[in-house]
Design a protein around this ligand. Structure first.
Ligand code: AKB
Length: 313
C-alpha cells in the first residue's frame, strides 16, 4: 500500500496535474497537496491541502510528521525567465527548498524524494543535438546554475547518506490545465491560447529556435514511472535526460494551421531568446529508456490536437 505523499508547489503547472494523477492512482487522502498560496479551487477541494512555504524547514517537517509523509515531490521552483530578474530569490527558493527535503530524508523522516531538474542544466558548450546524459554542461542562466547545483547535491546525498532521490531533466512542458509561469518555453502553451482566442500569436522566440518539448501527460507518466521503479534499476542519481520531441515555433504554427488555417504568427524575440540559445535542441535519453523503460507517446501533432480539443471545452 502506498504511504502518504506530500507535494510542494502543488498549484503550479506540473504540480497541479501530478496531484490529480497521484490522487487518481493512490486515493485522495494519500496525497497531501501544498503550496505557498492557494490555487485552483477544484484541486484544493480534491484532497488535503496545506499552505506551506517550501523554504521553511520547520513548517515542512510539521506537515511531514502530522500526515506521516513517506515521499515528497518538490515541484516549487522559480523558472528561467523570472530567475534572470530575481537571481537571489531564485537561488534561495530553488536551493533551500531542495536542502530542506534532502535533509528530511537524511534524517530518515521521509524515505523518497522526487525533484525536477531541467534542460537548463546545459549551456552554450553542450552539443546542440542529442545532448548526452554526461557531457559539458556549464549552464549560463541563474535557473540552470541552480538546477545543476541541485543535481550535484542530489547525487552527493545519495552517495554519502543513501538518500533515495530521483529526478528527470524536464524539457519545455505543454499543458492545458494550468498555465506555466516565468519560463523560456512558455510560448509553447501561450500559442494555443492565443490561436483560439485571437487567431494570431506574437512569439518571443525566433522562428527557428528548436527546443526539446514534451506533452504534460508524458511528463507526469515519466515522473510516476521513475518513482515506481525498483531502486536497483536507477543508475543516475543526479538527474535523467528525458526526451520526447523537438520543434521550433514555426513547426508549432504549421501544426496549429492544420486545425486553424487562418492562424498567423509574428516573431519578436526578447531577452528569453538569449536563454533559449544556450539550451540544446534535442536530448539523448537512452539511459532513461534502458534503466526504467521510458517511452514518450505524444508527438507535436498529437499534442496540438489534445491542446486545442481541451482548451475549446
Ligand atoms: C523554463 O523554460 O524555464 C522551463 C524549463 C525548460 O525548465 N520550462
Amino acid at each position: 500500500m502506498q504511504k502518504p505523499i506530500l507535494i510542494l508547489g502543488a498549484c503550479g503547472q506540473i504540480g497541479t496535474e501530478l496531484t490529480y494523477e497521484l490522487r487518481n492512482k493512490y486515493g485522495s487522502e494519500t496525497v497531501v497537496a501544498s503550496d505557498i498560496r492557494e490555487g485552483n479551487e477544484a484541486l484544493m477541494a480534491s484532497g488535503p491541502f496545506e499552505l506551506l512555504d517550501a523554504t521553511n524547514y520547520k513548517a515542512i517537517e510539521d506537515v511531514v510528521m502530522h500526515y506521516e509523509i513517506d515521499e515528497v515531490y518538490l515541484m516549487a521552483a522559480m523558472l528561467s525567465a523570472t530567475a534572470e530578474k530575481f537571481p537571489d530569490r531564485a537561488w534561495n527558493l530553488n536551493m533551500n527548498s531542495l536542502f530542506n527535503v534532502l535533509d528530511l530524508a537524511k534524517e530518515k523522516k521521509i524515505s523518497k524524494i522526487f525533484w525536477p531538474s531541467s534542460i537548463a542544466v546545459f549551456g552554450p558548450n553542450t552539443p546542440k543535438e542529442n545532448a548526452p546524459q554526461h557531457t559539458i554542461m556549464e549552464p549560463s542562466t541563474v535557473y540552470g546554475i541552480s538546477k545543476q547545483s541541485g543535481e550535484r547535491w542530489c547525487e552527493y546525498y545519495n552517495t554519502k547518506y543513501g538518500v533515495d532521490v530521483r529526478s528527470v531533466r524536464y524539457p519545455g512542458l505543454i499543458s492545458w490545465k494550468t498555465m506555466p509561469g516565468g519560463g523560456t518555453t512558455d510560448y509553447a502553451v501561450e500559442i494555443y491560447h492565443d490561436a483560439l482566442e485571437k487567431g494570431a500569436y506574437q512569439c518571443f522566440l525566433s522562428k527557428h529556435t528548436k527546443l526539446p518539448m514534451m506533452y504534460m501527460d508524458d511528463a507526469i507518466r515519466a515522473t510516476m514511472e521513475l518513482m515506481e521503479s525498483p531502486a536497483e534499476k536507477i543508475s543516475v542519481h543526479s538527474s535523467y535526460n528525458l526526451g520526447s520531441m523537438s520543434f521550433t515555433p514555426h513547426d508549432m504554427a504549421q501544426s496549429i494551421k492544420k486545425h486553424i488555417p487562418d492562424f498567423t504568427i509574428a516573431y519578436i524575440p526578447d531577452f528569453r531568446q538569449k536563454i533559449a540559445d544556450t539550451w540544446p535542441s534535442s536530448i539523448d535519453d537512452s539511459l532513461a529508456k534502458e534503466d526504467w523503460d521510458w517511452k514518450p507517446k505524444y508527438d507535436l501533432d498529437q499534442t496540438t490536437a489534445e491542446m486545442l480539443k481541451n482548451l475549446r471545452k
